[in-house]
Design a protein around this ligand. Structure first.
Ligand code: SF4
Ligand code: SF4
Length: 260
């Protein structure tokens, strides 16, 4: 069975509820894939000593797109897909909200050319919220989506059969399945990893490192001396769609009520 036809079979089996077939072929598929970066941390990093959260300041963000560019370069995100993106909100004088995100904000935003009078405008960076109660993890039929002990939701690219259940289940549109053959993992679910390969080495996620105004910050909630943790605990932060009870671990400062 070629790699392509095997994947087709696995995807069809998963969609049809054929879990047994999926598990029977999983070992064969794993053996046939190229070597990959490990999903779990290596070296002396102890993931029980960390718990990550993310802070976004919507007042500070200037919509420059540097974070989107950095993410794409760091994670080789294929054209047309985004692990993080920027939305521009424009609220007219009569209270109507307009939202745009050309190319995910990759190249910034053109000046507003609308004839409607704008009462306020702001940028909202978005990404996977690394939900503590993540529907994407719950629906995965093969256990490919999982949450690490330090609070990061990841996808095991070796296990993923590309059925797309998680893409459908994510209420924040944070996942995608690329089809291009030039990506490291075509036809498997992809999303923000919080640059897990970087943070487990003590580095910042690429988007955080690239932001020229500090609008994006990573916090370690198990580090009592972390200043970002202190901001999350003491300032008025909000999460996206709290009514869904997904417990997002991405916190926003000054989130407008129009943002979903
Ligand atoms: S934002 Fe979506 S992909 Fe990320 S953890 Fe939550 S449900 Fe899963
Ligand atoms: S991660 Fe998503 S696409 Fe992959 S197996 Fe799980 S549900 Fe399917």
């Amino acid at each position: 069975m070629t790699d392509f036809s095997r994947r087709q079979f696995l995807r069809t089996a998963a969609l049809a509820g054929g879990g047994c077939a999926v598990f029977l072929l999983l070992g064969e598929r794993r053996a046939g894939r190229a070597s990959v970066p490990p999903a779990s941390p290596a070296g002396d990093y102890d993931w029980t000593q960390h718990s990550y959260a993310y802070l976004i300041d919507t007042v500070a963000c200037i919509g420059c797109g540097m974070c989107v560019k950095a993410c794409k370069a760091e994670n080789r995100v294929p054209d047309g897909f985004f692990r993080t993106w920027i939305e521009r909100y424009e609220i007219s004088e009569d209270g109507e909200a307009a939202v745009d995100s050309p190319d995910g904000g990759l190249n910034g935003f053109e000046e507003n050319v609308s004839h409607v009078k704008i009462s306020k405008a702001f940028f909202v960076p978005k990404m996977c919220n690394h939900c503590a109660h993540s529907p994407c993890v719950q629906v995965c039929p093969v256990g490919a989506s999982y949450r690490t002990k330090d609070g990061v939701v990841l996808v095991d690219q070796e296990r993923c059969v590309g059925c797309g259940y998680c893409v459908q289940a994510c209420p924040y549109s944070s996942r995608f399945i690329p089809h291009e053959e030039d990506t490291p993992y075509p036809r498997t679910a992809q999303k923000c990893t919080l640059c897990y390969h970087r943070i487990t080495k003590g580095l910042k996620p690429a988007c955080v490192a690239a932001c020229p105004v500090g609008a994006r910050q990573l916090a370690d909630m198990k580090n009592p001396f972390d200043p970002v943790r202190k901001r999350i605990l003491t300032e008025r932060v909000q999460v996206l769609q709290p009514e869904l009870l997904t417990q997002p671990q991405c916190y926003y400062l000054a989130l407008d009520k129009e943002v979903r």
